[in-house]
Design a protein around this ligand. Structure first.
Ligand SMILES: Nc1nc2c(ncn2[C@@H]2O[C@H](COP(=O)(O)OP(=O)(O)OP(=O)(O)O)[C@@H](O)[C@H]2O)c(=O)[nH]1
Ligand SMILES: [Zn+2]
Length: 364
């Protein structure tokens, strides 16, 4: 598996860099003797820009191809697109460039000129770093020499960033396990997993006493604060969560992995931005891409690793999403069967589910 020998030290630096980015502070991403000095556009402020400009020169803006497409500045199919930073561009303009939910309030300025620069691993790592920090994938950046000292800035290695999902999955360890009787599934145990270097935690919900010989009935459920906790009618998550617990209990046992991958991996705040775009008429897929994200930012390496550590090699996976089957198999889990996991629609989620069927290959 890629990233297997990335050390805890690299992951620790990544988590620290993500913390800096979440505070709007710049970090340095390095690849050999080259480096990028980057800060998240979403958090640009006038004082932050002033400070940025005292530290580096010749800065530019970098977006994902998806965001560039929606701004009509994409050219070739480059993963990251660099734009010139015009002299009139304020911090507010930068935030608006990153965040399409502001389009109506502050119509975009322009024109923007694309820099002729096919994206490199360094560019992709810089974008990945802000995604890792659960921010919109757009940065202000400047090329610097890797040897240049920025004593206050966290530096991370591009390869470590690009392999971080896998490395962090492999670093997951069980840290607590306790009996938590659930309504309708009283013989239930919650097992928590945390990466050794810190970072996002996931929970396995083990119901009954599943045997390790036959494929285990299981569900991978990605966190949905709105659906799971608040009972939002915009999606089917709450019903799928409770439905899975019920089905596993009725089958005599199994596992539900509750993964901290809110909003298909974009985070709660960005998901709410996606919802704001949906209020303007965009569907769940277009909302994600207008924000600059991929349609689905999840990887299922953590799920595969948790199953392995729990002693399950083969599963009967409750899902309507063929990507989840492929995502698990990619990491060595045998999916013996896909078990459909459908629930009746309501007027608020009908369109959401229709889009899943039409655009993301869900079998509904
Ligand atoms: N970005 C984004 N995420 C959403 C939206 N609606 C729901 N989600 C998230 O999508 C995830 C739901 O995924 P799952 O329940 O695993 O569903 P799935 O991948 O569609 O596949 P199934 O296994 O068939 O349910 C949760 O993390 C939700 O927060 C949306 O409109 N935009
Ligand atoms: Zn949901």
């Amino acid at each position: 598996m890629k990233g297997m020998n990335i050390s805890d030290q690299s992951l620790l630096r990544l988590e620290r860099a993500a913390d800096e980015l979440r505070r709007g502070q710049p970090v340095v991403v390095t690849a050999g003797d080259r480096a990028l000095f980057v800060m998240p556009l979403e958090l640009a402020t006038t004082p932050a820009l002033e400070r940025f400009d005292t530290m580096v020169t010749d800065s530019f803006v970098m977006l994902t191809n998806n965001r560039a497409l929606s701004l009509k500045v994409a050219g070739e199919d480059w993963a990251a697109v660099r734009l010139e930073r015009p002299s009139w561009m304020t911090a507010e303009d930068m935030v608006a460039l990153a965040d399409p939910t502001l389009d109506l309030a502050s119509p975009l300025k322009g024109p923007y000129s694309r820099i002729n620069h096919p994206s490199t691993a360094l560019d992709e790592a810089a974008i990945k770093m802000v995604k890792w920090a659960r921010l919109l994938p757009a940065v202000l950046a400047a090329e610097v020499e890797a040897a240049k000292a920025f004593p206050d800035q966290m530096a991370v290695d591009a390869d470590a960033v690009l392999n971080a999902d896998f490395a962090q999955a492999l670093a997951l360890r069980q840290v607590a396990s306790a009996r938590v009787p659930l309504a309708g599934a009283e013989n239930t145990r919650l097992v928590s997993f945390r990466p050794t270097a810190g970072g996002i935690e996931h929970i396995a919900i083990v119901i009954g006493e599943p045997n390790r010989h036959d494929p285990v009935l299981m569900r991978i459920h990605s966190e949905c604060f709105t659906g799971d906790l608040l009972g939002s009618l915009k999606c089917d998550c709450g019903e799928q969560l409770r439905g899975a617990i019920k089905a596993i209990e009725e089958a005599g046992g199994g596992v539900l992995l509750y993964l901290a991958q809110e909003g298909r991996g974009i985070g709660l705040i960005s998901k709410l931005k996606a919802y704001a775009l949906q209020d303007q008429g965009y569907d769940t897929v277009d909302a994600n891409t207008r924000l600059g994200f991929d349609v689905d930012e999840r990887v299922f390496a953590p799920a595969a690793e948790m199953l392995k550590q729990l002693g399950f090699g083969a599963v009967r996976l409750m899902t309507n999403n063929p990507d989840k089957v492929a995502g698990l198999e990619r990491f060595g889990v045998t999916v013996a069967e896909r078990v459909a996991h459908k629930f009746p629609t309501n007027p608020h989620n009908e369109q959401y589910l229709a889009t899943k069927k039409a655009k993301t290959g869900h079998i509904l």
